[in-house]
Design a protein around this ligand. Structure first.
Ligand code: FES
Length: 108
């Protein structure tokens, strides 16, 4: 199991665990973490799984491919920043154990 820590816009933290190979979107949804909608089912088509990767983790997670589908979609996410990612595009691998993701106030 891989641990993911979600930090809500109000500062509250929630630590959950998810199987390797699933995504950060699923880590939130399967553990009833509010703040991730994931409306498209995880196929990179809605941007309602927008998260801000903690600065300490952005190198391990990486940035979306420039000009790719995720990069294009993030531009529609409310309050997108240079550490924005779509949680459905973050596969959970052992190197991300303890990953900290900040949730936006809104997904729309
Ligand atoms: S769940 Fe739709 S883009 Fe991630």
């Amino acid at each position: 199991m891989i641990k993911v820590i979600f930090v809500s816009a109000d500062g509250s933290r929630r630590s959950v665990e998810i199987d390797e190979g699933l995504t950060a979107r699923e880590a939130a949804l399967f553990n009833n973490v509010p703040g991730i909608d994931g409306d498209c089912g995880g196929v990179c088509a809605c941007a309602t799984c927008h998260v801000h990767v903690d600065h300490a983790w952005i190198n391990q997670v990486g940035l979306p491919e420039e000009g790719g589908m995720e990069d294009d979609l993030i531009q529609f996410a409310e309050g997108a920043t240079e550490t924005s990612r779509l949680a459905c595009q973050i596969p959970m691998i052992p190197a991300l154990d303890g990953l900290v993701l900040h949730l936006p106030k809104l997904q729309h």
